[in-house]
Design a protein around this ligand. Structure first.
Ligand code: TYD
Length: 364
């Protein structure tokens, strides 16, 4: 057993980005004890961490960030050096049908963690950090000609999800200003990579290609998103937790702002190359549907990462094409992961039925 010199709480470590981060920290820092607190909601998946669950510097705790008694117990027990707060409800479309759960988790859950940070970190000379994972969606929407968002862009969220994340960010900032807590925030754009729950655009598209099912595109697919590889995101978090300045927000992006339809076509091309299929056949699966987000659908997200690049040397290492290649390959190699997720409970099928319903034919 190696000597432990830091203890780290990662919340939401069984989710998409959270699981990549747990893996990075458990393997890169054998002298850190990584405590993963995850409520295992529909988007959490213990299969995401099969490869690290037996590592001696890893502990999994099943529970909610809203549970005062549990969070208190963990802070007392582990005397955390770093809290990396990744747990969140993160799907815009779900937030439009059930906003309250977004306030419960993203706002009340964050405040609960911050209150224990305040209680336990008031004294002592340890160099502690609370990392607050935010999203570019708090800035609202850009038009085609606007410069990308940066750390000085005014906050202007448009969905229950982004409003809850804006509140999460502001509470972190307030706890820094009011109580001097060592908070660092990161705003990042859309993440791409393996282990993402199937209902988001990229895994949904790949899974439906594998099953030869229609691929739903909202409206005409002209909205634009800045795609960042999940490994680049975890690398930024690693840098910020160790070297970021407290009280600061940082933005990262993948320099990869493209329309949804171009992204989906890129995924289809990559899928066909990897599976030796004809692109024209698979492009026929694209189905334009009435936009469920209506007028509130943000047109463009794009981020300027100059601050973190100039101050801390972070740069995205993956182009969007490389990310698409890696991600399509991952889902093709992990069809069992996808099928296990669908079989685990009915939450994915229920979501597809309730959200897309008759808009999609299920089998071609
Ligand atoms: P999503 O992955 O849900 O992320 P976000 O809304 O946070 O950007 O969606 C990415 C984009 O893809 C967004 O503009 C909505 C669009 N989209 C579709 O066109 N079809 C779909 O089935 C989904 C889930 C999303």
């Amino acid at each position: 057993m190696k000597k432990i010199d830091k203890t780290v709480l990662i919340t939401g470590g069984c989710g998409f980005i959270g699981s990549h981060l747990v893996r990075l920290f458990v393997t890169k820092y054998p002298t850190y004890k990584i405590v993963n607190l995850d409520a295992m909601t529909y988007a959490g998946n213990q299969d995401n961490l099969n490869d690290v669950e037996k590592e001696e510097n890893y502990v999994y705790v099943h529970g909610s960030i809203c549970d005062k008694h549990l969070v208190d117990k963990l802070f007392k027990m582990y005397d955390f050096d770093y809290v990396i707060h990744m747990a969140a409800e993160s799907h815009v479309d779900r937030s439009m049908t059930n906003p309250t759960v977004f306030v419960d988790t993203n706002v009340m859950g964050t405040i609960n963690l911050l209150n224990f940070v305040r209680k336990y970190w008031a004294e002592g000379n340890k160099e502690r950090r609370f990392f607050n994972m935010i999203t570019d969606e708090i800035f609202g929407s850009l038009s085609i000609d606007d410069p990308p968002f940066d750390e000085n862009t005014p906050i202007d969220p448009h969905s229950p999800y982004s409003t809850s994340k804006a509140a999460q960010y502001l509470f972190g900032k307030t706890y820094f200003e009011s109580y001097g807590l060592p908070i660092i925030s990161l705003c990042c754009g859309n993440a791409i990579g393996g282990y993402q729950y199937l209902e988001k655009l990229v895994p949904l598209t790949i899974d439906r290609l594998i099953n030869k099912q229609e691929i739903p595109i909202y409206g005409e697919g002209k909205q634009m998103r800045d795609w960042t590889n999940v490994h680049d995101i975890c690398n930024a978090i690693d840098i910020l937790v160790h070297d970021g300045s407290v009280g600061e927000m940082y933005c990262i992006g993948g320099d990869a702002c493209i329309t949804n339809i171009d992204l989906v076509k890129m995924i289809i091309r990559e899928y066909c190359v990897l599976t030796n299929n004809k692109v024209v056949e698979y492009e026929k699966l694209i189905k334009f549907i009435v936009d469920p987000r209506g007028k509130s659908h943000d047109f463009r997200y794009d981020l300027n990462h100059d601050k973190i690049t100039n101050e801390l040397g972070w740069m995205p290492k993956y182009t969007v094409k490389e990310s698409v290649h890696e991600t399509v390959e991952w889902y093709l190699e992990n069809t069992e992961w996808c099928e296990a997720l669908k079989k685990r409970d009915n939450s994915y099928d229920n979501w597809v039925m309730s959200h897309y319903g008759a808009k999609l034919k299920e089998k071609k």
